[in-house]
Design a protein around this ligand. Structure first.
Ligand code: 9MR
Length: 374
């Protein structure tokens, strides 16, 4: 791994060869320098970052990350809130930022049961549309969006969260109206719109054996049908117990064995107690606030901060061990203040799931990665 010392030494050597005094490195080395040659290191950008308000976070993004994804502004309810009325204002800003900073860009997400506007599935009387109409709507949506960013968005989360934890199909409107063919259609439409873009399937809780088997089966079938799937995104919404390193690694290897790239997407680790049995990212869950499940409003006790650091370190060691299979690791946000974990599955909690704290300061793990002391 390239360390901070190596970075400074190589700058000095280059300067000596050019016969001039060693310049100070122009920018501080970041995670992307430390992980160069291993995998892209990415983050999700919030609206406040995309429109340029959260300037401190933008500085962190430029220093540390070489891949970005929009946390919300490319979802169908934002991009096409009304049929035929596309709003690319924020998505354009996001892609412009990434392009100007020469970053790898991920489009999130074309087909997702959640945050999809109701019109997508219903006719004027509020009844479900026919398979033909839904197919046409999917095609228009996917192709309009993908063509707009052709050559600038490098990979798309084509379908998000279609399989349940036990491996069965989620009964989404897409599935109810089109059956499992909706996946194939989505990948085909995206491929037609930009044959050079990578196409991914993305889901959470992938360490569950049932879910892993379900996704493997689905992707295998697509491959047998000649549909191109370039990668599988393992969303990393984790807590302090779930998943085990072993289960996560097992799924990672099973996906890689399909001959596709594996990506760790949406990485964050909550330290807060879970109010239910859930461990994933089922967005429809919502529990009432109780003081007991929001224990760290005044800061994280050292013991918990250390446990969180160690858990993150364990996962990064695993990612580095399999860096030949992993093309990207993306954090689901920059600082703790931004994280959706503060409002899911309970509103108004104080969580610590990311690599930078509420004061925009790097956590120990960032320094460990940069200094090669993990
Ligand atoms: O982090 C996102 C949050 O701000 C949104 O309110 C929510 C609903 O659109 O989506 C969150 O991101 C989700 C991602 O798009 C898909 N996987 C689960 C993520 C966390 O819910």
């Amino acid at each position: 791994m390239k360390t901070l010392q190596n970075f400074v030494v190589s700058a000095a050597v280059a300067a000596a060869l050019l016969g001039c005094a060693a310049p100070k490195p122009q920018t501080q080395p970041g995670l992307k320098d430390a992980l160069s040659g291993k995998f892209y290191i990415g983050t999700a950008m919030s609206s406040a970052q995309i429109i340029g308000e959260d300037t401190l976070a933008i500085a962190i993004i430029k220093q540390h990350f070489n891949s970005v994804v929009a946390e919300n502004v490319m979802k169908s309810e934002v991009i096409q809130p009304v049929e035929g009325e596309f709003d690319f204002s924020q998505a354009d800003k996001f892609v412009d930022f990434a392009t100007a900073n020469q970053m790898h860009v991920v489009g999130h997400t074309l087909i997702w049961h959640s945050q999809a506007p109701k019109w997508f599935f219903t006719d004027n009387d509020g009844r479900d549309v026919s398979p033909e109409v839904l197919t046409e709507r999917m095609k228009t949506h996917i192709q309009t969006v993908v063509k707009r960013y052709k050559g600038r968005v490098h990979g798309w989360d084509v379908v998000n969260e279609a399989i349940l934890d036990d491996g069965s199909w989620r009964e989404s409107k897409f599935y109810q109206i089109l059956g499992e063919d909706f996946i194939k259609l989505a990948f085909q439409f995206a491929h037609e719109a930009d044959p050079d873009a990578e196409l991914y399937y993305n889901d959470y809780s992938m360490a569950y054996p049932g879910k892993c088997e379900g996704v493997v089966k689905m992707v295998k079938k697509l491959q047998e049908q000649g549909v191109r799937v370039d990668g599988i995104g393992m969303q990393g919404h984790m807590n302090m117990e779930f998943p085990t390193y072993e289960a996560f690694e097992k799924s990672l290897l099973a996906f890689s064995a399909l001959g596709v790239k594996v990506m760790i997407t949406e990485l964050d680790i909550t330290v807060l107690p879970s109010p239910g049995q859930n461990v994933g990212a089922e967005i429809s869950l919502n529990y009432d606030y109780q003081k007991e499940i929001n224990p760290y409003t005044d800061g994280l006790p050292d013991s918990v901060a250390t446990a969180l650091h160690d858990r993150y370190a364990g996962f990064f060691r695993l990612f580095l061990k399999h860096s030949d299979k992993i093309s990207r690791v993306t954090l689901w946000g920059v600082t703790d203040a931004q994280s959706w974990r503060n409002y899911w599955p309970v509103q108004g909690r104080t969580d610590y799931p990311l690599l930078f704290d509420r004061h925009y300061q790097p956590k120990q793990l960032v320094n460990d990665l940069i200094n090669g002391t993990l």
